[in-house]
Design a protein around this ligand. Sequence first.
Ligand SMILES: Nc1ncnc2c1ncn2[C@@H]1O[C@H](COP(=O)(O)OP(=O)(O)O)[C@@H](O)[C@H]1O
Ligand SMILES: [Mg+2]
Length: 229
Amino acid sequence: MADVLILDKIRKSYNVGLPNETEILHGIDLTVAAGEFLAIMGPSGSGKSTLLNIIGLLDRPTSGRLTIAGEDTSGLDDEAITRLRGRTIGFVFQYHHLISAFTARENVMMPMLVDHGRPTPEMASRADELLARVGLERWRDNPASAMSGGQQQRVAIARALAMRPDLVLADEPTGNLDTASANEAFQLLRRINREEGATFLIVTHNLDLAHQCDRIIRIVDGRIPTGDA
Ligand SMILES: Nc1ncnc2c1ncn2[C@@H]1O[C@H](COP(=O)(O)OP(=O)(O)O)[C@@H](O)[C@H]1O
Ligand SMILES: [Mg+2]
């Protein structure tokens, strides 16, 4: 199967050129095949979120090459990066970042609106289809603020899938949920991976959940220890 993601000697420093310049990622090599469901584990402060932000095109590496869905991102300008991000990557964060006054359906429509510029009937029906997939069809007209934490995270998962991304990045998606809701959200991600073939990278501290992934990548002090990738 084709590789959806190739990281070649990715380095990231913060505060470049300043006295407090610090290198956080020290040359990460990682190849992920289309359809893989990967756990990323590592101590707090080891660079997991920094890495996910780079893979998600929210931040640029200081050096190294990042190839996503066959596209080498190093030569792309900001506009091309934004377009590539919108069409190929879905995000699920620890805190769902829903717009609380918007309904579930409006929240799921948001990435499509940002891409297209104005709402269409197709967007609403895509949103409804996704809400049905995450078991929330009867909640679609409820404001996000009226939903439980587990439900809100399922809306966030539906939103992440809105643009049919090749790659879904989840940074501690169950970290803020009780055990039952965490399991439910995780099994939902796993099912969508199996049904749609989208690739998933999931940062988690939960060893039980990590062991249900295809592969576990460990990050320690900004490096993947030899043998992991
Ligand atoms: N914008 C930033 N500026 C400076 N240092 C940062 C910034 N973001 C993260 N760091 C530092 O980078 C290190 C890794 O952080 P992070 O990637 O958030 O780790 P993790 O997600 O594994 O807990 C930490 O030491 C953190 O303080
Ligand atoms: Mg983090």
